[in-house]
Design a protein around this ligand. Structure first.
Ligand code: NAG
Ligand code: NAG
Ligand code: NAG
Ligand code: NAG
Ligand code: NAG
Ligand code: NAG
Length: 851
């Protein structure tokens, strides 16, 4: 062969081989890929559908600002005219309002069932008893205090002493003189005063109410006329000796928990302090947290100014007489243009849906990793020279590329159909967030893959994680996020779970895009990260740190679990010294004496030969085993199990050594030690002069293995298998093609297109021959075959034998078998392996005579 395969394939050769194999594997998985990509597409389309339906609903004529056909210039043709004048009260919110209507200023009056009465916890005698709550006729109470009681009380008396006086034909404009209030709640805007637009009556405060002081007036609101109830409420002002008494009374009357208990609400409280004829010094209590138990509309402050005006007005009148008035006639919102009601569903449902979309990659990566583990392909690749470095680099880069493409499709598609979630937020923040997260996710998959050995369980567990995380995020975690009293540290602690940090990030995006869409502001920008409400910064830090930590732990766990190193492998040098100093030489020597006596002469000769060879340090022999032992430590009270008891063996190049023996004799333990799956308990072996304890990685490059069970990728063809392993063995270009063809021909898989059929469709015999071909490709100097012809029909077996026979010329082969026929046919020497040691060694004829 032109290119010597003996040179060790370097990092990049191995990486290249693995990459090409992965790409082919990916190509064969077209169906899975389509399903994978289809998932976000379907979710996005679903969002768009919901969005369209809802917006159509919101867009219905009855929801749009009132437009009608009006003949404005008298030419008999009507023109379309829109505005609040033509809208119903429901539409008014979206109308353009260039000239906002004006409303009389109102006081916030507690609902009748909450107004202050005498109770067992507030027992001022001047409060009414609670029988009024049943009839709904409780007075609205104001509390007064100050340094001078006479002065304070005369101020208070004056506040609503005026008779009720309105012009019914111009009701709204004649109210300034009267003290009006309402129990309805205010809204975010005051374009429509809810006290007038809702069913709540308007209250006017009087020192005393006549029995039937309720009437109704017609009111013109926008284009509609409503019939408004107006009702008298008794206004009560009560003196308290100090402001601390007032505080106490307000505190005890606060509505909380059970609405029927402990409630005593008042309209306002005034402390006139040191006011007198020359000085007006007042402080006013009002309830800024006043809100609706069911609807939660906050008060805003639109009903506070009237209480200030009441105090100023009464002071002025006290000084200058009742003719003087400080009128507070109207309040008015500022003008606004027409607004649309548009709810962005990608923002509302985004966190849940997109958590699913992104997490969906997790089971995909996980199952791919577990597949190679379950089918022991990772070990197979390792035994044919694939180092951990290239494996990790290429697998990681490969999954990262797949995830990136997936995310790219997702974001591009989402943006293309116009989901605000994507279009409003800064793409660079999105990129950083998704990029960090998918990296963390891949690292996690590597870590979690160590826990699974079966693709099915891994798949199920993966999907449970995906959907569980989404649902928990949407229905539990989000609840905590929105509860402002929940401690921030608790949120951060929850975000340590990667699924929740993902959810949080998406939630932040959605908040920004929802508000951005609603208020016309831009979505999240980098400067917003410094905003303390924005959890994105913490999330990014958590994800980045976890990524690095998880990657490290995953690599470590992989070294321990998959590569079978001891958990403290990085301390290995020290450990080896330790364990050797703990050995008990006396016992050992005694033990070996016993065996020596039992051993047959030929076995003893082999041992001597090995000792001789070791002294000479000659390289004429490909394999030299020096007193190899394997003892499995006892577990759960069972005694320790000795699998191999001191095996010495020397194999020159060109020899095929057969191992015969019953199951459980230790043959497989021996092979596993030789191929680096397990470490010998003592003793060692040299392959091509390299120690299996220290140089296994270099031994792999000149070694071939045909394991007992065929370790093949179902979707790769025979040729692709051989190309892959050939590349791992540093074959390139023409020599690779040539070697693969020769190899296919030699195992009779070349003709009839068999080479290009997927291995999953091969018969047992074909798989076996492919395994043998794999073990022989790249001209390895040492080959191990574990029962190569088990389960083959005689024709296939003969074919296989021919291959092995031809192959043994320039290499050493160790072969285990149950079949004497096979042993006699293929092997130059035989060893009978019973109970962990060789019973005899010799050429087939001698051995069979012995048997
Ligand atoms: C309290 O106010 C009344 C009436 O304004 C005034 O006549 C009286 O002197 C004041 N008392 C004190 C102690 O300032
Ligand atoms: C009541 O209002 C109407 C319409 O503004 C006005 O014509 C009328 O004079 C007012 N009546 C009184 C008593 O002010
Ligand atoms: C308030 O002060 C007056 C006069 O000093 C006294 O009679 C009354 O008991 C006090 N009220 C309370 C609740 O302390
Ligand atoms: C107003 O009353 C407060 C509290 O009693 C007092 O500290 C402040 O000095 C008073 N202001 C004037 C101008 O008297
Ligand atoms: C203030 O408003 C809150 C919220 O509606 C209410 O629970 C509480 O009773 C009010 N306090 C008073 C003194 O009215
Ligand atoms: C509270 O809000 C609900 C729903 O928005 C509304 O029906 C109810 O009338 C409101 N109550 C008051 C007192 O404003």
């Amino acid at each position: 062969m032109a290119d010597s395969p003996n040179g060790r394939s370097n990092f990049w050769t191995q990486a290249n081989a693995l990459l090409r194999k992965n790409l082919i594997f990916q190509k064969r998985n077209i169906k899975t890929n389509i399903q994978l990509i289809a998932f976000p597409f379907i979710l996005c389309l679903l969002l768009v559908l919901i969005q369209t339906l809802v917006n159509n609903q919101l867009d219905k004529p009855s929801n749009r600002c009132g437009c009608t056909c009006v003949d404005t210039n008298g030419d008999g043709q009507c023109e379309r005219t829109c505005g609040i004048e033509y809208s119903t009260l429901d539409q008014a919110f979206t109308c353009s309002i260039p000239h906002p209507p004006q409303w009389p200023p109102l006081l916030q009056i507690p609902a009748p069932q909450y107004r202050a009465v005498r109770t067992n916890f507030i027992s001022y005698g001047d409060l009414p008893d609670d029988s009024c709550r049943r009839t709904g006729s409780c007075p609205a109470t104001m509390l007064i205090t100050g340094n001078n009681q006479t002065f304070g009380q005369s101020l208070a008396r004056n506040m609503f002493a005026r008779p009720f006086n309105v012009n019914f034909s111009d009701f709204l404009n004649s109210l300034a003189d009267d003290v009006l209030g309402s129990s309805s709640m205010t809204q975010y805007t005051n374009f429509l005063e809810p006290a007038l637009a809702s069913n709540f009556p308007v209250d006017f405060l009087q020192p005393q109410c006549a029995s039937n002081s309720q009437f109704s007036v017609p009111l013109q609101l926008g284009s509609v006329t409503v019939q408004k109830d107006v009702r008298c409420v008794q206004g009560l002002h009560l003196w308290r000796n100090s402001s601390s008494e007032i505080n106490d009374e307000l505190y005890k009357g606060y509505r909380r928990g059970n609405p029927e208990r402990n409630i005593n609400e008042i309209v306002a409280a005034y402390d006139f302090m040191n006011s007198n004829e020359n000085l007006f010094n007042v402080s006013i209590w009002y309830n800024s947290t006043y809100k609706n138990d069911t609807g939660n509309h906050p008060l805003g402050f639109t009903r506070v100014p009237r209480s200030v005006n009441l105090a100023s007005n009464t002071y002025l009148q006290l000084l200058l007489g009742p003719a003087t008035q400080m009128l507070f006639e109207f309040v008015k919102e500022m003008p606004k243009p027409e607004t649309e009601i548009r709810l962005d569903f990608s923002s509302l449902l985004g966190p849940l849906f997109f958590t699913w979309v992104i997490l969906k990659q997790f089971p995909v990566v996980l199952t791919a990793l577990v597949y190679e583990k379950q089918h022991r392909l990772r070990i197979m690749m390792k035994m044919h020279g694939l180092g951990d470095g290239p494996y990790w680099m290429i697998s990681y880069a490969y999954f990262l590329a797949i995830s990136l493409i997936y995310m790219l499709c997702f974001v591009i598609f989402g943006s293309a159909i116009g989901l605000k979630f994507f279009t409003l937020n800064d793409y660079s923040i999105q990129f950083v967030f998704y990029f960090l997260y998918i990296n963390l996710q891949i690292a996690l998959a590597f870590l979690v893959a160590d826990l699974f050995s079966n693709v099915k369980t891994a798949t199920v567990a993966g999907y449970i994680i995906v959907f569980g995380t989404g649902l928990l995020g949407g229905f539990l975690f989000q609840f905590f996020l929105e509860d402002s009293s929940f401690p921030k540290a608790g949120i951060i602690a929850m975000e340590l779970y990667p699924g929740f940090s993902l959810y949080r990030g998406l939630y932040e995006f959605s908040q920004y895009s929802f508000n951005g869409n609603y208020m016309g502001t831009p979505g999240m920008r980098w400067k917003d990260l410094s905003n303390s409400d924005n959890g994105m910064r913490e999330v990014l830090i958590i994800i980045a740190v976890e990524w690095i930590v998880v990657l490290g732990v995953a690599y470590y766990a992989d070294q321990v679990v998959s590569s079978g190193k001891s958990p403290l492998f990085f301390l290995q040098k020290n450990q080896k010294n330790l364990s050797s100093s703990f050995r008990k030489p006396s016992l050992e020597r005694q033990g070996s004496k016993v065996f020596v006596q039992m051993e047959k002469l030929d076995v003893e000769q082999e041992r001597e030969k090995v000792e001789q060879l070791l002294l000479e340090s000659s390289t004429s022999h490909s394999i030299i085993c020096d007193n190899l032992k394997k003892i499995y430590p006892g577990r759960d009270g069972n005694p320790e199990k000795v699998a191999v008891r001191g095996l010495s063996l020397a194999l020159p190049q060109g020899e095929c050594f057969g191992m015969l023996g019953p199951n459980g004799a230790g043959k497989t333990s021996f092979i596993n030690m030789m191929i680096g799956l397990i470490k010998p308990s003592s003793g060692t072996a040299y392959v091509q002069g390299l120690d299996i304890l220290t140089d296994m990685d270099r031994i792999y490059t000149s070694m071939g293995v045909c394991p007992q069970h065929d370790l093949l990728w179902e979707t790769l063809t025979g040729r692709e298998h051989l190309l892959f392993y050939g590349r791992l063995k540093n074959l390139k270009g023409d020599s690779l093609t040539q070697a693969v063809e020769e190899s296919l021909k030699s195992v009779n898989l070349f003709h009839g297109g068999v080479a290009d059929k997927q291995a999953g469709k091969y018969s047992g015999g074909m798989k076996r021959r492919l395994s043998v071909a794999i073990s022989l490709i790249g001209d390895p100097k040492v080959v191990y075959m574990d029962e190569p012809s088990t389960g083959l029909d005689p024709a296939s077996r003969n074919m296989l034998w021919k291959v092995v026979k031809r192959a043994k010329q320039n290499r050493a082969i160790i072969l285990t078998t149950h079949s004497m026929e096979e042993a006699e046919h293929l092997c130059d020497r035989l060893g009978i392996f019973v109970d962990g040691s060789l019973q005899c060694i010799g050429n087939p004829k001698e051995v069979f005579i012995l048997l």
